[in-house]
Design a protein around this ligand. Structure first.
Ligand code: SAM
Length: 333
């Protein structure tokens, strides 16, 4: 597919958009089957040193009450997730330097020893040495969205950070043998369809294992507080295009999509997605991980959230994955 064709399809609406998503659904079925992989997320710290213009965890958001789970609480929560029969835990946080590489490595190896689950990390930009330590401790996967592949837009959205360093981190993670996930935010101010096409080509060039786009949900206590939310139609087209460009990708129907539109996760599953990531952060702190307002899951108790995910997968006439649910490409290597 050429860049121009991709750009045109990003803006597709009506019958053309439906056809695109139907095609992606078919390629998903042939490429990775009908299984939906479930990854339980633990958001273990909302401290963050960054200044991302869209994110409620940004360092300058003085209105946010900060928390940090203790290592044993994280390991216990992972044990609970394993007891539910799930094969992957995702450990996510802001860029919290209290978490030295050694500390987090201890948690990773304790979870591996106690549960054998696949461990996915999503803790931001670190040195290659930190990524290596965590890989050696047993981490299998790493999620680091590139957010936007447009260097100027990236610089505007991320004061004190650069796309160059983000890409370097992604390359280091790939070299270390992680299954790597990336993706972009749809709806950043000044973002064009051409820029979104570049996001898709970036993901294809990197040959990533996981990821996809999600909509901007404006947070009132950030510089983007009065921007409109990212268009769900555009996100769904982008997801379908990701599936066409990288047929074996593990792609989530995100919580942000459900927040932007009731039923968004179902629409995502029908537009190429094959992963759901329920929020299983202990409810004593979950509401404080406020990257954007109105996050769907923390309002529900953990068991209700899990039941919703089961019902969603049933309603989509798909089956829930068991085991770690590795990328098909990782299984071959
Ligand atoms: N600190 C880690 C990092 O930088 O990758 C992980 C945590 S960060 C909060 C996880 C993701 O949340 C980001 O990659 C970003 O795409 C998303 N995010 C943050 N604020 C958002 C918002 N207002 N709307 C949509 N997505 C948002």
């Amino acid at each position: 597919m050429t860049r121009d064709e991709i750009t045109a399809l990003i803006g597709a609406r009506g019958a053309e958009a439906e056809e695109l998503r139907r095609e992606a659904d078919e390629i998903r079925r042939r490429g990775v089957g009908d299984v939906v992989h479930v990854r339980g997320i633990i958001e273990f710290s909302n401290y963050c040193r960054c200044h991302c213009a869209y994110c409620g965890l940004r360092h300058d958001n003085a209105g946010l009450e900060r928390y940090r789970l203790e290592p044993p609480e994280i390991v216990d929560t992972a044990g609970f997730i394993a007891s539910l029969g799930f094969g992957t835990v995702v450990l996510q946080s802001g860029e919290d330097m209290w978490w030295t590489a050694q500390r987090l490595a201890g948690v990773i190896s304790d979870i591996k020893a106690a549960t054998g689950m696949a461990v996915t990390l999503s803790v931001g930009e670190r040195d290659a040495a930190d990524y290596r330590l965590w890989r050696d401790a047993g981490a299998d996967r790493y999620l680091l969205r590139h957010e936007t592949a447009d260097p100027e837009l990236y610089a505007r959205m991320h004061p004190q950070a650069s796309l160059e360093n983000r890409v370097r981190c992604l390359e280091n993670l790939m070299e270390l043998g992680y299954q790597v996930g990336t993706g972009c935010i749809v709806g950043l101010p000044g973002q064009s369809a051409e820029s979104l096409a570049e996001d898709l080509l970036f993901m294809q060039r990197l040959n990533i294992h996981m990821g996809g786009p999600g909509p901007l949900i404006p947070h009132p206590d950030t510089p983007l507080g009065s921007e409109p939310a990212g268009a769900v139609e555009t996100v769904l087209n982008m997801m379908a295009l990701v599936r066409l460009l990288i047929p074996d990708i593990m792609m989530p129907a995100t919580t942000s999509l459900e927040t932007a539109l009731e039923g968004g996760r179902m629409a995502g599953l029908q537009a190429g997605a094959n992963v759901i990531m329920p929020n299983l952060t202990p409810r004593s702190v979950a509401a404080k991980y406020e990257i954007y307002p109105g996050k769907k899951a923390p309002g529900l108790d953990v068991h209700t959230e899990i039941q919703r995910v089961r019902d969603l997968i049933d309603a989509a006439e798909r089956t829930m994955g068991t085991g770690p649910g590795h990328s098909p490409r990782a299984c071959l290597s």
